[in-house]
Structure formats: structure tokens, C-alpha cells
Design a protein around this ligand. Structure first.
Ligand SMILES: Cc1cc2nc3c(=O)[nH]c(=O)nc-3n(C[C@H](O)[C@H](O)[C@H](O)COP(=O)(O)OP(=O)(O)OC[C@H]3O[C@@H](n4cnc5c(N)ncnc54)[C@H](O)[C@@H]3O)c2cc1C
Ligand SMILES: *[C@@H]1O[C@H](CO)[C@@H](O)[C@H](O)[C@H]1NC(C)=O
Ligand SMILES: *[C@@H]1O[C@H](CO)[C@@H](O)[C@H](O)[C@H]1NC(C)=O
Ligand SMILES: *[C@@H]1O[C@H](CO)[C@@H](O)[C@H](O)[C@H]1NC(C)=O
Ligand SMILES: *[C@@H]1O[C@H](CO)[C@@H](O)[C@H](O)[C@H]1NC(C)=O
Ligand SMILES: *[C@@H]1O[C@H](CO)[C@@H](O)[C@H](O)[C@H]1NC(C)=O
Length: 472
């Protein structure tokens, strides 16, 4: 009698009999933070053969390093790396020296981008903010073992979930009298979830948690490559992996069983189809319905993953001479003035326009909701820019052309995966974690753990041994 797996596989083989067939221990889909690191470790430290499938022509996902004609690089995606887990030892293995993120001398100025008018907002002096951040750290660390370990494996069962994690983050900040820390939390990474005061504390802490507080306070390190080009990390991984990476390639079909997986990949440039048989599949792309279409999800996987919703973010660099050379234009509602620290803008919105130390090159950071497209984001940014010019907050350009002059633009879709409070309370994380290992399939990436580069490397370190259990 054929096992269920064998019959599934034989049906699949006939489907693809004309294609090239290769065998690997592990197929990894997505060569960003989590996928590239996992591929490296599986190959170099666990002696596994791997195939890494990446749809772009480089590894690195959210890293966006743009280099101008003078050779100067501007990182408008990932900015810095928190020193967590084995991150610095990993950099050493890649042959990369560590450097410090160069802080440009930038003044933060506040504007309501819906009107273009300046906002007389007065954050507290920085030492006061740091004192509040220290108290924030203490409160946030209480939850680290259950929400940032770095995944959700220790998340409490329904009925045992601390109410604090479920309450809106604005109320949580008020509970501990931490409002004065809100401007810093929001302006660094809290804004990724939109109006963070309305977000469940659980998810606000994923956007800015204890490790971000520690690295701001200086008790946990952070680094960039000494070359000041973040892409160098992923280029070094790509170099080491060589032909094991399939660039500009996606999975078009697959069969997954307890005995192993088969995936059909297609090179988008040559059109070539390759058929890979492997013992395990590691999916490191956001588990959206679009991204998982080729993986033949079962009803349970579809139901669980279908509960997640995301924010689409967009970043880019503009080269416009009429902005103040050393300013960071920060978007806040007029009602935030002078000291309403919990009044924040919400997605979809242009969060800030940041001087990059060059004089005319500025970084744009846009946070949209699940549905915001790149075109819509660009159009909204142009409208914001025009309003800032009309109200005199930005000098009108000499030639009358107010078009944003994009030199680079990047899509960061499906960020900040989250589910509703009802889902969390009814045991979502238990159902979510239980997907690991089903039909030889494992999952990693921002949806599964703290959504920062090196924390995802740590998450890989945690799941790789589990994933390899039972293999030779
Ligand atoms: C603007 C911005 C700034 C950030 N700054 C920082 C920072 O300073 N420090 C920090 O630690 N973190 C930062 N983050 C967060 C960090 O980048 C993410 O946590 C991390 O990149 C998530 O890793 P991942 O592996 O889940 O996804 P990604 O890094 O996005 O990797 C996914 C990869 O899969 C590929 N892919 C997608 N779909 C497919 C498909 N169908 N088939 C094949 N391949 C596919 C993508 O091209 C990509 O390479 C930032 C994020 C953003 C958006
Ligand atoms: C800023 O960058 C632009 C684009 O690369 C370049 O043309 C210009 O010379 C730079 N300006 C300065 C002051 O370095
Ligand atoms: C960290 O990296 C070093 C250097 O490669 C290695 O010796 C060590 O085993 C690693 N530790 C973990 C926990 O992976
Ligand atoms: C963000 O949330 C706060 C607190 O709930 C609220 O006062 C503010 O108006 C919200 N901002 C937007 C743009 O809705
Ligand atoms: C403004 O930025 C430029 C580089 O863009 C730098 O050379 C200069 O020192 C800065 N000025 C101030 C006052 O910070
Ligand atoms: C996104 O679009 C879907 C389908 O049109 C809609 O049901 C949903 O409410 C939208 N979400 C947001 C946040 O606008």
C-alpha cells in the first residue's frame, strides 16, 4: 500500500516530469533577514544542502542601500542592527567589521501634513524623555519572555493573558505615566503600526520594545557594517551561498507531505522551471494569501494565517533642493501642540521627511494600511509636499516645479503582522505556533517573532534545531 505522502508525490512528479529535478535537504523561500540567515546557518553550521529562493536579484529584503555618483551610500530601509544573540559573531564570520551609525545633526521640526502648517509641539528635554524610557524599559521587560523570546512560543493560554497586553498602548502609557516617552517611541519605530496609541500594547511593543529601549539607553549595543552600507551584510551572505541562491525566482507550485516537499520554481528572467525535492521547507516570506498561494495550504493553515493583517510601508529618497538642509520634517496633528504626547497621526500617512546630511537628499517614510498601494502612497506624499509648500513651510522651488524628485523608492509591504484582540484572546498564538512543522513545513520572518533583523536571526537559531529533528 502506498503511503499518503508517496501517492501525493507521484502525482506531482508526473506533473513536472519534463522539468529539471534537483535534490536538497532544505528549501528556503525568501532571502531577506530571516531566510538568508537561515540558509547560511543550515549550510555552514548544520551541513545541510540548501536552495534559497529569492524573487529579487539581491538578498536582504527590507535593506535599501542607495549609492550616489560620489560613492556615498544612503540607507533608507533598515538603519541599524541591534546587538542581539550571536549577531556580532555572525558579522565576524562574514568578514565584516562593525561600525557606528553616523548621526546627522538634524533638528526635528513639526508640521501637520494634512494642512502643511507648522505645529508648535514641545517634547520634554531629552534627559526627561530618557528617564521615562528607562521606566518604559522596566515595564516592557516584564513581557519580554512571553512575547519576545524572540517568538511567541511562551505566549499564555487564553484566560491567562495579561490584560495590559490587550489594552490600547495609549492607555498603557498613561497607566505608568509614560506619556512623555511617546514622542521618542513613535518617531523611531512605533510609527510602523500607525497610530500606536490605539494599537494593542502587545503589538506596539513588537514595534518598539524592551530591546529598542535598551539600545536607546545604551545598555544594549547596536551596529552597522563599518562600510556604512547595510546591503554589504546580505551581499556577503549571497557570496558565500553562491549557486545555492535562485535569484529572481519564485515558487509556482508545491506538494508538501510528512515525508518531504517538492517545489516547482520559476526563474522570472529565463522562464526556466526547476523542480526541487527536499526534506524540509522553510517559508520566510510574509504568510499573506498571495504569498502562500503556491503552497497548497490546508483549511486550517488558511484559516489561521487568514486572520493576519498588515501595514504596507514605503520608503525612498528624494533629491529636492528647496527643503531645509538640516531638518527632519515630522508629521503631527495640530492638536498635538504644545504637549499632547498621545495625539498622533494614523495610517495611511507620510510619517517624516528626513535630511540625510547631504543637503538635498531626504528620506521619505510612508506607513500605509493593508490596502495602500505604492501609487497611492506616492500620490499622497506628493500632496503632503505640495501642502507644505503652499503653506510656506517649505520654500517654493525656483522653477515652480514642486514634483518630488525620486532617486530611489522601495516597497516594504506586509509589515507588522497582527490579529484582532478577539483572536489573541481565543488562542491565536497557540494555533499559529502549531503550524510549525506541519507537512515538513516551517515558518520564519517578521510575522513570527520580534520584527527586527537580529531578533529574527535569533528566532532562526531557535527553530532550526527543531526543524532538523528526525533528519540524518
Ligand atoms: C523601512 C523599514 C526600516 C526598518 N529598519 C530596521 C532597522 O533599522 N533595524 C532592524 O533591525 N529592523 C528594521 N526593520 C525591520 C526589519 O527589516 C524586518 O524585521 C525584517 O526585514 C523582516 O525580515 P523577513 O525575513 O521577515 O522579511 P524580509 O527581510 O522582507 O525578507 C523577505 C524576502 O523574501 C523575498 N520575497 C518576497 N516574496 C517572495 C516570493 N513570493 N518568492 C520569493 N521571494 C520572495 C523578498 O524579496 C525579501 O528578500 C525595518 C523595516 C522597514 C520596513
Ligand atoms: C548630494 O547628493 C547629490 C546626489 O548624489 C549630489 O549630486 C550632490 O552633489 C550632493 N551634495 C552634496 C553637498 O554632497
Ligand atoms: C555564535 O557564533 C560563534 C562563532 O561562529 C560560534 O562559535 C557559536 O557556537 C555561536 N553560538 C550560537 C549560540 O550559535
Ligand atoms: C490617534 O489616537 C489618539 C488616541 O486615541 C487620538 O487622540 C488621535 O486623534 C488619533 N489620531 C488619528 C489621526 O486618528
Ligand atoms: C547642516 O548639514 C550639513 C551637511 O548637510 C553640515 O555640513 C552642517 O554642518 C550642518 N549644519 C548644522 C548647523 O548642523
Ligand atoms: C481593505 O480592502 C478590503 C477589501 O476591499 C476591505 O474589506 C478592508 O476593510 C480594507 N481594509 C482597510 C484597512 O481599509
Amino acid at each position: 500500500m502506498l503511503s499518503k505522502g508517496a501517492s501525493v508525490l507521484s502525482a506531482f512528479v508526473s506533473l513536472v516530469s519534463a522539468a529539471n529535478v534537483i535534490e536538497k535537504d532544505i528549501v528556503i523561500v525568501g532571502g531577506g533577514a530571516s531566510g538568508a540567515y537561515a540558509a547560511f546557518r543550515l549550510r555552514e553550521d548544520f551541513g545541510k544542502t540548501v536552495a534559497l529562493i529569492e524573487k529579487q536579484k539581491i538578498l536582504g529584503g527590507h535593506v535599501d542601500s542607495w549609492t550616489d555618483e560620489t560613492g556615498r551610500t544612503y540607507d533608507h530601509g533598515v538603519v541599524t542592527f541591534i546587538d542581539a544573540g550571536n549577531a556580532t559573531a555572525f558579522m565576524e564570520r562574514l568578514g565584516l567589521e562593525l561600525g557606528n551609525f553616523p548621526r546627522a545633526t538634524v533638528t526635528e521640526e513639526y508640521f501637520d501634513f494634512t494642512s502643511g502648517e507648522a505645529v508648535d509641539f514641545q517634547p520634554r528635554p531629552f534627559p526627561d524623555q530618557l528617564a521615562a524610557l528607562e521606566e518604559f524599559r522596566v515595564q516592557a521587560e516584564k513581557f519580554e519572555p512571553i512575547i519576545q523570546a524572540p517568538g511567541y512560543f511562551n505566549f499564555p493560554e487564553p484566560g491567562e493573558i495579561p490584560e495590559e497586553l490587550l489594552m490600547p498602548f495609549g492607555e498603557w502609557l498613561e497607566k505608568y505615566n509614560l506619556q512623555i516617552a511617546a514622542p521618542f517611541i513613535f518617531s523611531s519605530t512605533g510609527l510602523g503600526v500607525g497610530n500606536m496609541t490605539r494599537e494593542m500594547t502587545l503589538y506596539a511593543l513588537q514595534a518598539f520594545g524592551a530591546s529598542m529601549a535598551r539600545s536607546t539607553l545604551g545598555t544594549q549595543g547596536s551596529f552597522v557594517p563599518a562600510t556604512l552600507r547595510n546591503q554589504d551584510i546580505y551581499d556577503a551572505i549571497g557570496k558565500r551561498l553562491g549557486d545555492d541562491v535562485y535569484y529572481q525566482t519564485t515558487v509556482v507550485d508545491s506538494k508538501r507531505s510528512v515525508d518531504g516537499v517538492k517545489v516547482l520554481i520559476r526563474d522570472s528572467v529565463t522562464g526556466e522551471i526547476t523542480h526541487i525535492a527536499a526534506q524540509r521547507l522553510l517559508i520566510s516570506i510574509p504568510p499573506t494569501s498571495k504569498n502562500t498561494a503556491a503552497f497548497d495550504l490546508d483549511e486550517n493553515e488558511e484559516t489561521v494565517l487568514g486572520k493576519l493583517y498588515y501595514n504596507n510601508e514605503y520608503t525612498g529618497l528624494i533629491n529636492n533642493a528647496n527643503l531645509a538642509a538640516n531638518w527632519s520634517y515630522f508629521n503631527l496633528p495640530a492638536a498635538a501642540a504644545p504637549d499632547n504626547y498621545l495625539i498622533l497621526p494614523g495610517a495611511p500617512f507620510l510619517t517624516r521627511i528626513d535630511a540625510m546630511g547631504n543637503g538635498t537628499i531626504f528620506r521619505m517614510t510612508f506607513v500605509g494600511d493593508t490596502n495602500t498601494s505604492a501609487g497611492e502612497a506616492k500620490a499622497m506624499m506628493q500632496m503632503d509636499f505640495d501642502r507644505l509648500i503652499e503653506s510656506g513651510s517649505i520654500q517654493a522651488p525656483d522653477n515652480g516645479d514642486s514634483s518630488l524628485s525620486w532617486v530611489d523608492f522601495s516597497v516594504h509591504d506586509s509589515m507588522h503582522a497582527r490579529v484582532s484582540r478577539e483572536e489573541v484572546e481565543s488562542g491565536f498564538f497557540q494555533r499559529f505556533n502549531a503550524l510549525q512543522g506541519q507537512r515538513s513545513t516551517w515558518w520564519t520572518g517578521g510575522a513570527w517573532a520580534v520584527n527586527f533583523q537580529t531578533h529574527l536571526w535569533e528566532y532562526d537559531d531557535l527553530i532550526i534545531p527543531k526543524m532538523l529533528e528526525g533528519l540524518e
